[in-house]
Ligand binder design. Structure first.
Ligand code: DX5
Ligand code: ZN
Length: 222
């Protein structure tokens, strides 16, 4: 399984977003993590469909969209049309996760299911055979730059174990407070898609910082 870096645009300088995406793409970054917040599911508002649509013209990177919105079933098609390649939604945000998954599948995008720090893995077990990705939050969703919750690695380990036992192949993504110091532990727990917001976009040279992450991600494989 490939290790992938997915820098979170939430911490970018939005006036320079297109330029910063180009820099990251040239540095070898494959994914960009796009945090959509509605001010209801989380106490913050970020950006939505038109911004994603506009960024789509600037890059070939994989759009790893993280929906932090209530009733995500309402907007799946719109996000797919805007250019989302992977659509992650919160199991806590909908009464019918199975319906959201089938909506995502209908669009041709990859399916991702996400859990907040207080949500146990058992909540998503029924859906694991239908997902391409599981996103484990290591901060309370809503803001970049928060402290990494190391105890969430238990959930990553459990998911990796279930994946092996059930012969499934979903990616495990970890999001929140990941930096150059704790990323190795995250990989060791079994995650292979690494979100990093402030740790990448807070750096003076974002391309250099991305390369530092990529080096660690590659070394773990060899
Ligand atoms: C938080 C978002 C994260 C956030 C990560 O709700 O889902 O993707 O941008 O930022 P850092 O890496 O700074 O914690
Ligand atoms: Zn996110």
């Amino acid at each position: 399984m490939e290790n992938i870096l997915s820098p979170s645009l939430l911490s970018a300088d939005f006036g320079k977003a297109a330029q910063q995406l180009k820099q990251l793409e040239e540095a070898g970054v494959q994914y960009i993590h796009l945090d959509v917040m509605d001010g209801m599911f989380v106490p913050n508002i970020s950006f939505g469909i038109p911004v994603i649509q506009s960024l789509r013209k600037d890059t070939h990177m994989v759009f790893d969209v993280h929906l932090m919105i209530v009733e995500p079933e309402r907007y799946i098609e719109a996000f797919a049309k805007a250019g989302a390649d992977i659509i992650n939604f919160h199991v806590e945000a909908t009464k019918n996760p199975q319906k959201v998954l089938s909506k995502i599948k209908q669009t041709g995008a990859k399916t991702g299911i996400t859990i907040k720090p207080k949500t146990p893995v058992s909540e998503i077990v029924p859906y694991l055979k239908d997902v391409d990705m599981v996103l484990v939050m290591t901060v309370e969703p809503g803001f970049g730059g928060q402290k990494f919750m190391a105890e969430q690695m238990e959930k990553v380990e459990k998911l990796a174990q279930i994946r092996k036992e059930e012969k499934l192949s979903f990616d495990i993504e970890v999001d929140g407070g990941v930096d150059l110091k704790n990323v190795e532990g995250v990989l060791n727990a079994g995650a292979n898609v690494i979100v990093a917001g402030s740790a990448v976009f807070g750096a003076e040279d974002i391309a250099k910082r991305a390369k530092e992450f990529l080096k660690i991600l590659q070394e773990k494989l060899s």
